[in-house]
Design a protein around this ligand. Structure first.
Ligand code: GTP
Ligand code: MG
Length: 196
């Protein structure tokens, strides 16, 4: 029910543009092109709520969406995209870091990784940061439609195993915006996080 009528609120390039932090937020983070914006659209059952693109580097601001009356979804720019000029990359990285570090209303981080390339160095940086910040983190292994079921299950297991070295609350699920694998589970999760 919290995902009924989601709406775009605003895009922020600088922290002073972030909306007031009176509502809880769930943020979608991950490398460029892993499917963050597509996942938000699939979960919200809207084709063009968040802008997507074949070209990495599509999302260039922090985009905020309503999630019911008491929460927001946040679409972060992707990290690790080499083709963006360094100056722009630094600016995004700083904005993402400021968002993650300063948002007291951030309740869950949804970290997306392409199931074919999980746990890159930058993903580990993010995971370690979330562990230290004691921020519950849901990992979505995206584009699971690219693999057969057995392979999907084995990657999920190996990522779960790799995360055991760290303290913290980590969930790992396979996800596909194309086949809708994991979409209902995420909707239920969001409901639970926002209305515990
Ligand atoms: P940035 O905003 O650049 O960081 O990218 P993003 O993580 O928001 O990715 P986006 O949702 O724009 O998707 C990138 C590309 O991956 C697009 O061409 C999507 O169609 C494709 N894609 C996204 N999700 C899936 C999926 O589940 N399966 C498949 N096969 N392709 C997907
Ligand atoms: Mg995007």
């Amino acid at each position: 029910a919290i995902l009924r009528d989601p709406e775009f609120i605003l895009g922020a390039a600088e922290p002073h543009q972030f909306p007031k932090d009176e509502l809880v937020e769930v943020a979608f983070a991950g490398r460029s092109n892993v499917g963050k914006s597509s996942a938000i659209n699939a979960i919200c059952n809207r084709r063009k709520l968040a802008r997507t693109s074949k070209q990495p580097g599509r999302t260039q601001q922090i985009n905020f969406f309503t999630m019911g009356e008491s929460a927001r979804l946040v679409d972060l720019p992707g990290y690790g995209f080499a083709q963006v000029p360094l100056s722009v990359k630094k600016k995004w990285e700083i904005t993402i870091q400021e968002y993650l570090a300063k948002r007291d209303n951030l309740i869950v981080l949804v970290l997306l990784m392409d199931i074919r390339h999980p746990l890159t160095d930058l993903d580990w940086q993010m995971i370690k940061w979330a562990s230290e910040a004691e921020l519950p983190t849901q990992i979505l292994l995206t584009k699971a439609d690219k693999y057969k079921r057995g392979k999907v299950a084995s990657v999920v297991l190996s990522v779960e195993k790799a995360l055991k070295v760290l303290p913290g609350q980590f969930g790992v699920e396979a996800f596909s915006s194309q086949s809708f694998l994991g979409v209902n589970a995420m909707r239920a999760q969001l409901d639970e996080w926002v209305n515990p």
